[in-house]
Design a protein around this ligand. Structure first.
Ligand code: GAL
Length: 844
């Protein structure tokens, strides 16, 4: 009887769904099942355990219960990072950003499920929750997923009351966790409510591969996992249509239809169906033209649509060779990559698509073509954007295996969870054309362990036989000698390239492609230049010659790459500055692990760390970024741009030219240029022509320039022709503020951000490089200030403050439009004694 009732209800639901599932009329909210709703709004939140000020608060009894009184809890929308508002506390670890991220967070939300959903399957999908998530619905325990970087789904159907209000409660606990960088805290990625019929495509249930790719034809193999959660066997028809898609969201032209597959699925079981489609004259996914396709899988039972599932994919081939590097669609592409941690600076860990898109476009302009998601699976948005914008991705699972670097690392989860976490990463990410390498680890303590390395590589190969598996070694000799590296397809090496010639001669490994999974680790602070030493006032000089003992300058790495052109390329540590790990002012002992085979260097570093510990520096974010925490390029940006975009005419002079205290003293001038030679002029007088030695010089240096105020100009040449110029002028007194929005209009979707740069200028509009005036930011109209920043790694001012000093002449205000509103936002910046600035952004 009950069975019949369910059947009638699900038929009703099927008919309703069937009317709205024609892809050509819709935009994909996100890949996967068609009936998906964002589940981000109207949550209530309270923090227990460790508080922001260091005190502690007991958890109340049973916050998971339906009737629990949560009226006094904070109302908020996700994504949410409970720690980013600080306060920064000097006694907290610099490693994790001196932010109070450890605590216990509870989130609750009421939601209704209409009576018409009876018979449907209801799932809740978390893109990521930091950390040790436990979930209850209507007071009943649903499940847990402890690793904060994994995406996971729960089937909440058994706990749901249709036609009524329901309550979900989520507990997170970051006290149990430790990290070498700022992990954030809270439900910091999106949450989705997914509704399907009993018979449906499974979670991350499609895997599309393109085993044959030429310019004229490609084969797309679509592997579909079908779940039947019903009590009767079914016979279903699987209908697949391929559309072109310019943006990975809207379908374009229909280009292929697969032969329908007839699939029998037993009751309460699942099955897999393989479908093959020919795509003639495919538009290949490449870095320059990242063409995408959408495969729409429609599942019919008795001629009715029971599920529609959309998969975004690309047609491309990848190959990794020990002799000719990495091949994309048969052509060699040097990997010019950066490592990035997941935080978004002033936004903390709370994911924001527009902020990630901005990061990627800043990196793209530099010539960067690849991202390593150090050291964990990224937000899905990063991969969607990488697909759309043309980036390669090294998708990484772990920073620790069985043995932790810290007490409460992933080591606590490894025995029970590593297989599930690896599967979650591979299943979620396997359709992204951008993902080219799976990484099972970073500098893990067990990197010599043959058994674990083999087991992890086998899990990944089983789930995805099409992509190579790597591991980032900081003990590459150990990995090789033990034989552990034999289980991998690609040898990932962090830093120690001095041994490359020796490795190339090793008969066991000579055919194994090698990649610089981490390189350089140069450190600098934007706009700081020191003479006779790199370190002052907890800042680092931007002459780009400072790096820890395991690192090297970008120039040195370029020389190495040139020497070993068969390497696949490099991932620089790091593209952007990030919260935490403020080396060289960081006392984290895990850095000692980089010298596990060099006792002398280890002892030296040990002593330095002791000294830093005693001083307890205020530094709370990294100095490693090529770009600062605001997204402002440091000088190093132009070093990479010059090398990575040789055809882009550019020249960049450093330092700034405001050194009144160094009149007639030497101020070295460095120039990064994509030209092959350059002449420098000071106040119109030539200081000589410098020529780059190919493969040797990656900057031109005039190191005996005596400072006099005025104008420094460089004229760069390439192949005997004028190529690019740059000018740096001495700024006068700070007179005015200027606001420069990065966009003139902003979408009122409640998410898109507009970044606005503040500059302190003199009367002639020249940026005053050593000015630090206190600035107040104000906003009028349908919008709000989300954050402010200035890129100073030692600032303890909350990112939520509307007031902060400029740092070396610049600051930033990040604004967002009010959801659904239209009009104009006016942003103002005011500082005592300076002409104020205002700018307008149209809200659409
Ligand atoms: C590496 C490590 C990174 C970061 C970096 C700093 O050894 O893999 O996570 O700590 O050093 O140079």
């Amino acid at each position: 009887m009950l069975k019949n009732k369910n059947w009638v209800l699900s038929l009703l639901a099927v008919t309703i769904m069937g009317t709205n599932t024609v892809l050509a009329q819709m935009t994909i909210t996100r890949p996967g099942s068609a009936d998906v709703q964002l589940f981000d709004s109207n949550w209530r939140f309270a923090r227990f355990g460790l508080q922001a000020d260091g005190s502690s608060k007991d958890e109340p009894a049973h916050p998971e219960e339906e009737r629990f009184a949560d009226n006094s809890w904070q109302h908020l929308d996700l994504p949410h990072d409970w720690a980013i508002s600080g306060p920064f506390r000097v006694e907290l670890s610099g490693n994790t950003g001196k932010l109070p991220w450890q605590g216990i967070g509870w989130y609750r939300k009421d939601f209704s499920i209409p009576a018409t959903d009876a018979g449907k399957k209801i799932f809740i999908d978390f893109d990521g929750a930091m950390a040790y998530a436990k979930v209850w619905v209507n007071g009943q325990y649903v499940g847990e997923w402890p690793y904060g970087y994994s995406s996971f789904r729960f089937d909440i159907t058994p706990f749901i009351k249709t036609g009524k209000q329901n309550t979900i409660a989520v507990k997170l606990d970051t006290e149990k966790y430790d990290s070498r960088w700022y992990p954030g805290a809270g439900i910091y990625r999106h949450v989705w409510l997914v509704k399907t019929n009993e018979v449906h495509v499974g979670c991350w249930g499609t895997f599309i591969t393109t085993p044959q790719v030429t310019d004229t034809a490609a084969i797309a193999n679509i592997n579909v996992k079908l779940d039947n959660q019903g009590k009767a066997p079914v016979k279903a028809i699987l209908h697949t249509v391929i559309y072109e898609s310019a943006d990975g969201k809207k379908p374009g032209k229909k280009i292929a239809v697969a032969k329908d597959a007839i699939v029998n699925i037993q009751a309460d079981s699942n099955t897999v169906s393989d479908i093959s489609v020919n795509i003639s004259r495919p538009k290949l996914w490449s870095l320059e033209n990242p063409h995408l396709y959408i495969a729409q899988t429609t599942l019919f039972i008795n001629k009715r649509i029971v599920d529609t599932y959309n998969t975004v994919f690309g047609v491309r081939s990848i190959a990794f060779t020990a002799r000719n590097g990495f091949l994309l669609n048969g052509k060699q592409v040097a990997i010019k990559g950066v490592c990035n941690h997941h935080d978004l600076g002033a936004l903390g860990a709370a994911v924001n698509r527009s902020a990630i898109a901005r990061q990627l476009s800043i990196l793209k302009k530099m010539g960067c073509n690849a991202i390593r998601t150090s050291h964990n699976p990224p937000a899905p948005e990063l991969l969607e954007l990488a697909d759309q914008m043309g980036f390669l991705v090294w998708d990484e699972a772990f920073d620790a295996w069985k043995t932790g670097k810290r007490k409460n690392d992933y080591n606590k989860l490894f025995p029970q969870w590593h297989e599930r976490d690896l599967q979650a990463m591979v299943h979620r990410d396997c359709n992204h054309p951008s993902v080219i390498i799976w990484s099972v680890g970073n500098e893990v303590m067990d990197q010599r362990d043959v058994g674990i390395t083999r087991e992890l590589a086998e899990i990944v190969h089983r789930e995805d036989p099409t992509r190579p598996v790597s591991n980032a070694y900081n003990d590459p000799d150990g990995g090789r000698e033990s034989g552990a590296a034999m289980a991998l397809d690609i040898m990932g090496v962090n830093y120690f390239f001095g041994r490359q010639a020796h490795w190339d001669a090793d008969s066991m490994y000579k055919d194994k492609p090698t990649i610089g999974s981490e390189t350089s680790s140069c450190v600098s602070s934007r706009g700081e230049y020191f003479f006779g030493g790199n370190y002052q006032n907890w800042q680092v000089s931007s002459y780009d010659n400072a790096f820890p003992g395991w690192g090297c300058s970008p120039d040195e790495q370029f020389r190495t790459n040139n020497k070993y052109p068969h390497l696949l390329g490099e991932f620089v540590w790091t593209g952007f500055d990030y919260l935490g790990e403020p080396t060289p002012y960081n006392s984290d002992e895990t850095n000692l692990l980089n010298f596990r085979t060099d006792p002398a260097k280890k002892a030296q570093l040990e002593q330095a760390l002791e000294e830093i510990k005693k001083k307890n520096p205020p530094s709370r974010s990294s100095y490693f970024g090529i770009v600062d925490l605001c997204g402002f390029p440091k000088d190093r940006y132009y070093n990479y741009q010059a090398h990575w975009r040789p055809d882009f005419p550019m020249a960049h002079i450093l330092p700034h030219w405001n050194w009144p205290e160094r009149k007639d003293s030497i101020v070295p001038v460095h120039v990064y240029t994509s030209g092959d030679k350059a002449e420098l002029f000071l106040n119109g007088k030539s200081l000589g022509l410098k020529i780059k030695r190919p493969g040797q010089d990656f900057r031109l240096v005039w190191d005996s320039v005596k400072y006099v105020p005025g104008e420094v100009k460089v004229i760069a040449y390439k192949d005997g022709k004028l190529w690019a110029t740059d000018i740096v002028k001495t700024a006068g007194k700070a007179r005015k503020l200027r606001l420069l929005p990065e966009a003139g209009t902003i979408a009122n979707d409640g998410e898109t951000l507009c970044y606005v740069t503040l500059r302190v200028e003199d009367n002639d509009g020249i940026m005053v490089p050593r000015s630090h005036p206190l600035v107040q930011f104000m906003i009028e109209g349908p919008g709000e200030i989300v954050a402010t920043d200035n890129g100073d790694a030692t600032s303890f001012i909350s990112f939520q403050s509307h007031e902060r000093p400029a740092y070396n002449g610049m600051a930033q205000v990040v604004v967002k439009a009010a959801k659904g509103k239209k009009g104009k936002i006016i942003i103002r910046a005011v500082s005592s004694g300076l002409e104020e600035a205002a700018t307008e952004v149209v809200v659409k």
